[in-house]
Design a binder for this molecule. Structure first.
Ligand code: 9RB
Ligand code: ZN
Length: 376
């Protein structure tokens, strides 16, 4: 394992985006006792604390976040959306995104700006060569936010804003986004749907969220035809399904695209302990997927990789999955062994099933420009 210089973005204020007293995604009231929102600070704060406690943080290059400006946000989002978010965030008791279920705390817009700004800083550090790759541990997440609406716990699209920045300010043209959050990266796909220079690849659990996007047939439109790819894996998919999807789907698609930069939308909600997904990944598979991305980046993108944190709602397990990704990026190991691994890896369900293989077969067909087959 060769050691690499890896940038790391984390700001305490990411934990201060207040998602209030919901029960998961249901507002408290009636029979619903006030509890936490799914998208609470714990999983991300606990990853940051493990990065510090393990000693890995000392080996990383700290990158300071900054606030994204209106102009930077408006490269991607509409004036109406930005004004709406800002007014909800300025209200004393906060508000909610356009989908009616994604909370905005008082002052959350500033933290959303800090998240997008953190990703832009990570991209800048990689492009300038100050670091070889970077991990942006940011919050709130971004991949569901479209140009004109926040949804799925996302206010603004951190990665899309960073792509627009890399292009406008840094002159980077071809950018591939690989999204392994368990949910479809619909916002990012939508923003770049007609853009031939931004490849969006999303591996997700079929119709987990949103329920009406992420299908095999969505391959981009107009000039962007072919520059979107979806791999909607069935519930219950584990290591073998994800690695088959990588070998036969993600890797050929990204290789053919020849990106100058790879951005990973890294959610940990495909882990076997996640309450919002029904997939079976362990930290070992996140590590392996990161290694594959690094190989791809070495071959095509001068090693330039920025990993951006998205979802992941197991406060107990996200830290071990995230640390595995960070260790792999940095080419370093720590004394931390995933303490869940022996228990989780003894479970059945990691092998490739016929249904999972058939889905990847269908993806491969779309890559060779055959019309997407109907897939039930
Ligand atoms: C509920 C609804 C959601 C929305 C988003 C997520 C995951 C986001 C994520 C999960 C559940 C709606 C409970 C709509 O992690 N992205 O990466 N729930 N959505 N209506 N209701 C009643
Ligand atoms: Zn997710």
């Amino acid at each position: 394992m060769s050691e690499r210089r890896t940038g790391y973005v984390w700001d305490e204020r990411y934990g201060w985006h207040d998602t209030g007293t919901y029960a998961g995604a249901i507002p408290a009231g009636g029979w619903v006792q006030p509890y936490h929102h799914f998208e609470s600070p714990e999983s991300k704060q606990r990853l940051a604390q493990l990065v510090a406690a393990s000693g890995l943080e000392r080996e990383l290059a700290a990158i300071d976040a900054r606030f994204a400006t209106d102009d930077e946000i408006l490269r991607v989002h509409t004036e109406e959306h930005l004004a709406y978010l800002q007014s909800q965030s300025d209200a004393l008791r906060g508000g909610v995104c356009e989908d009616g279920i994604s909370p905005i705390g008082h002052g959350s817009m500033e933290i959303a700006r800090l998240a997008a700004g953190g990703v832009m800083e990570a991209v800048d550090a990689v492009i300038e060569g100050r670091v070889e790759n970077a991990y942006a541990l940011v919050r709130p997440p971004g991949h569901h936010a479209t140009a004109d609406a926040g949804m799925g716990f996302c206010m603004i699209n951190n990665i899309a804003i960073a792509v627009a920045h890399a292009r406008r300010v840094r002159g980077i043209e071809r950018i591939a986004i690989v999204d392994w959050d368990v949910h479809h990266g619909n916002g990012t796909q939508d923003i770049f749907y007609e853009d031939p220079l931004t490849l969006t690849v999303s591996l997700h659990q079929d119709r987990c969220y949103p329920p009406d996007s992420g299908f095999l047939t969505e391959r981009g439109r107009a000039d962007g035809a072919g520059a979107a790819l979806n791999i909607p894996l069935p519930p219950g998919s584990g290591r073998a399904a994800y690695l088959d999807a990588f070998e036969r789907g993600v890797i050929p698609a990204v290789s053919a695209f020849q990106p100058e930069l790879i951005i990973v939308a890294s959610g940990y909600d495909a882990s076997i302990l996640d309450p919002l997904g029904r997939q079976m990944l362990t930290s070992a598979t996140y590590r392996t997927m990161t290694a594959r991305i690094l190989e791809l980046a070495e071959a095509h993108a001068g090693g330039r990789v920025v990993v951006v944190h998205e979802g992941g709602y197991s406060p107990a397990y996200v830290p071990f999955c995230g640390l595995a990704v960070l260790e792999e990026l940095a080419g370093r190991s720590t004394d931390v062994m995933d303490p869940f691994a022996p228990f989780l890896e003894a479970m059945a369900g990691q092998e490739l099933t016929n249904q999972q293989k058939a889905l990847v077969d269908a993806v491969v067909k779309t890559l060779t420009n055959q019309p997407a087959p109907a897939f039930a």
